[in-house]
Each structure stands twice: as structure tokens, then as C-alpha cells.
Design a protein around this ligand. Sequence first.
Ligand code: ATP
Ligand code: MG
Length: 418
Amino acid sequence: MLTNAIKGVKDILPEDVRRWRKVESAARDIFAVYGFSEIRTPIIENTVLFARSIGATSDIVEKEMYAFKDHGGDEITLRPEGTAGVVRAYIEHKLYAKNPVTKLFYAGQMFRRERPQAGRLRQFHQTGAEVLGASEPSVDVEVLAMLSDLFKTLGIKGVELQINSLGCADCRPKYREALKAYLMKRYEQMCPDCQRRIETNPLRALDCKSEHCKAATSYAPAMADYLDDGCRGHFAKVKEGLDDLGIAYAVNPRMVRGLDYYSRTTFEMVAVDKAGAQNAVAAGGRYDGLVEELGGPATPGIGFAIGMERLILMLPDEGEAVSGPALFIAAIGDEAGCLAQKLAHDLRKSGVWVELDYSGASLKSQMKKADRLGSRNVLIIGGDELAKGAAVLRNMQTKEQADVLIEGLADRLIKRLV
Ligand code: ATP
Ligand code: MG
């Protein structure tokens, strides 16, 4: 117990963090050129926020939330996704009053109590972006362009951008009824979850991973045939915009998304060689009713969240070269040790990566250590050298070495190594 992390949560060890930072910094760079600012919201929120925004009949709220009563009796939930908190903050701080259009991104841990497996954790990370205050299809195109740019920049192959339209509060109810009638006729073939969903949330039957439900719904009515003029026009413009920018996509008429707040454009970045579950690397959509639903002024919105663990699994292997320190100081004896520490301190203040030996080991073993660290240079300071007021600087690549004067050495090394 003491030496095992909780089921479904993972340590990210130093050798993995390099890949994480690469993805995080690529995302930051791309979000910046699209004009998105970072927002950091708390990991805990009032439970009611998620119940209201994600939807009481969603998988997340029904069975995946880490919700608890704290010692003061408050109902608290560890955030299962990022949009609800961002929209809550947007309303609370009246960000809508500052700018007509607000573009935000976030990155951080999310929590869902799911069955742990590859690509499905209980604590995982999402990086996401939201645009609030703009309903035009060109905004959907821009958000999708940004997402595609990121995947391209990272060299990720084998993903497909799938899009769909879920209609709006005017046209979706008619579709819902048609789908419900269709599903009722196939009640016996469906899994118990979907049998229940026919009443509560029939669209989710289209997203069910059970083979029976997939078969039963294969000829189900499609939302595309029920879109009203406004929604149909919006969807057409999104597709046109993507075509104009040369962004490849496929329309997936069965994509419904598990969260209740979506309207009109929805999308997923899907790993094409992985069938079924855990194949969505990023997902999002438009949520034009959410801000109002949470008590803010009627404000359209659109956003996505990238599942970072799944994205990182797809990164091409670059056999990343690890660079070592610029200098290792091998010091023999106490006096040399003090000098080494002082030198290292001066060099580090100037941004030079310096490593030292702490053990007072032999020169041979210190050289071995420098080698293991991949240090580019070694400065050797021993008793003999000290007496001469000199040290030996060895280039570990060329194996050349030269005597260097200790007087003023820090400044000369800084010039050389920075
Ligand atoms: P799925 O169908 O895989 O359950 P979802 O619809 O629940 O996905 P979203 O809520 O849309 O997922 O979250 C966006 C992305 O976050 C997903 O596409 C996925 O990459 C990632 N994600 C969601 N749940 C998990 C999890 N438990 N572990 C790791 N990544 C996850
Ligand atoms: Mg899920």
C-alpha cells in the first residue's frame, strides 16, 4: 500500500517528462499565435457545477465523478473536465464585459473514476481551449485549424479529424424523438444501459461500445437529416472553411459526444488504427447554451480538450538525444573541493549547467561519473594543480586538454561555455 500509487493514477518520471514538456510547449506556442491566454482554475469545484453543465445523465456525472462531502458538509468534486470550471470563472469574473470574444486555454489534471486500462486513467491530463462570445462558423474553423496545427507540428500520424453537427435546442428534440422511436423498436437487442438511456438520453446509444447496440443502431436516423436551416447552414460553412484551409476531415454522423452541453459542431481527433474505445485523442464542440445555463449572459462558446496521455502515446519516437552538463568539476581534496563549489556557484548563476562530485572519490571514479552524465567538459583540480595556481580543462569529445589559470577562471569559462 505504502509504495503503490492509487489504482489508475500514474507517476510521470523524469525520462517521460521530456515528452510532456515538448507537447506542452508546442501547445503553448500554437495557442499564442491564435491569441489564446492561459487560465488556471481550481481542481475542486462545487459538485452542482458539473451536474448542471455536463448533464445529470452523462456517464461522467452518473458514475465517474470523484465527489465527496468535505468536513464542513460542502459537496465538492474533483474536476472531471475543464470547460465547466472555465465557464464558471468566465461568469464569476465577468470576463465577457472586458472583451466581446474571449479565447482561453488551460492544462491540468482531470479525475474520473473509470476502469483503468491503456489510455484510460483515473487521474489524467487535458489541455484544452475555449472561445467564448462568438457563434460564427469561421470560429469553429479557426478552432479546428488550431487543433490540426498542433497535431501536425508534433508529427502525429494516423489521426483523423471527424466532425458532426448535433443541431440546436430547436431541431434536436425532433431528432431525439425519431431516434427514440427507432430504438424502442429494437429495445430487446440493446444493452441494459442503453435500454435505460432510450428514455433519458437516447443519443448516447449511438456512442455505446457494445456490439449489440452498434448493430442495432447501424441504420438509425442521422441528426444531419433533422438539422434546421440555421444549423444546416452553419455546418455547411464549417465544412467549406475547412476545405478552404486544406484541413482534412471526415463527417461522422454517429458522433454524439458524451457531454450534454454540446450543440451544432462537434468533433474528435481519432486514432484511425485503433477501433472502438480509447481511440479519441481530442474532442470538443460548440456549446452555445452553456454560459446561460450556468447563470451568465447568453454567450455562445466552442472548445476542445486533448487527452494528453493518449497524445503522448502517439508521439513519433525521435530517439531523443539527452544533452549532458556543460562542465563537470573533478576536485581532489578539501581545498580543491571548496574552490570547485565556488566556481560552480559562479557558473550556475550565469546559466551554465555544472555538476560536481560530492563523495570525495578518486579522480578515476569522478571521470567515470562525468562520462556517465555526458558532460561536455571536465575541469580537474587537484593538489598539484592548485599549487601551480592552475587546473586542467578537458574536452570530453575531442579528448584535448589544456592547463588553465585558476585566477579569473570563472569569467573565462562563462565566456566559453555559455
Ligand atoms: P471516451 O469516449 O474515450 O470515454 P470521453 O468522451 O469521455 O472519451 P472527453 O470527456 O471528451 O472524453 O475528453 C476529451 C479527451 O480526454 C478524450 O478524447 C481522451 O483523449 C481524454 N480522456 C477522457 N477520459 C480519459 C481517461 N479516463 N483517461 C485518459 N484520457 C481520457
Ligand atoms: Mg469517457
